[in-house]
Design a protein around this ligand. Structure first.
Ligand code: CA
Length: 246
């Protein structure tokens, strides 16, 4: 019989991406003592690999890393996942930077920090992420100003004018609009819209995005844009003052 993990961690996986071995060791020791499973990476590249292969419940990410910076790792994770990220920074000025950049980290701590506070932050982040999501059932209808996407009839209307779409274009648009303001990598879009078994190139995504944009060029009143986030992927941005309704 396998022993039940004890303590607050309850076997949840925490990935620590930190090049300072002493910090990593202290965190590992304290997390493991509370029943967390600890995954460790000393570089950003390793961190991303573990992120993808082990699917942790939370990521502790140092900002100053060799090779890939914590900033880049954070962006790459956010393009693929909602996993809570606690950023570690060395100085006040770095903390300001993290705040200013809006990297998508959920919380940050300035080194050196107390372990008690660290554990409290980890537990708070996990509690927050484990609350049931309001959007668990995908909505059938998305309305943004004069734009309407209806999944049950697979129709798209802009100011009551129907816009013809292929099934793939429709699915891609539905996916992007389901997460407005969020950046999606080409690979993440491929997996979500084309499915995990699709063998094609991620350039396919770029081509379909271009087709969508071309269709919407006829509608200057369209209240959102599909923006390219250079080196990362795509994001739907809604015009200021307009709200998406489901
Ligand atoms: Ca560091």
């Amino acid at each position: 019989m396998v022993a039940e993990p004890v303590g607050a961690g309850r076997g949840r996986k925490v990935l620590i991406v930190e090049d300072e071995e002493s910090v990593r060791m202290t965190l590992r020791y304290n997390l493991a003592a509370r029943g967390y499973v600890v995954l460790e990476a000393g570089t950003g590249t390793e961190g991303l690999e573990l992120m993808r292969s082990r699917n942790p419940d939370l990521v502790v990410l140092d900002l100053m890393l060799p090779e890939l910076s914590g900033e880049e790792v954070c962006r790459a994770i956010r393009a693929e996942s909602d996993v809570p990220i606690l950023m570690l920074t060395a100085r006040g000025s770095e903390t300001d930077k993290v705040n200013g950049l809006g990297l998508g980290a959920d919380d940050y701590m300035t080194k050196p920090f107390g372990l008690k506070e660290f554990m409290a932050r980890i537990e708070a982040l996990l509690r927050r992420s484990e609350r049931p999501q309001r959007t668990s059932a995908p909505s059938e209808r998305i309305r943004v100003g004069g734009f309407v996407l209806d999944a049950s009839s697979r129709r798209v209307l802009v100011d009551d004018n129907p816009v013809k779409m292929s099934p793939r274009e429709f699915s891609l648009l539905f996916f992007l609009l389901s997460h407005p303001g969020r950046v999606h990598s080409r690979d993440a879009i491929l997996r979500a819209v084309w499915g995990p078994d699709f063998n094609g190139d991620s350039k396919t995504v770029a081509v379909h995005i271009r087709w969508l944009r071309e269709k919407f060029e006829l509608f200057p009143s369209l209240p959102f844009r599909i923006n390219t986030v250079f080196g990362v992927g795509y994001r739907v941005d809604i015009a200021p003052g307009i709200h998406l309704q489901r």
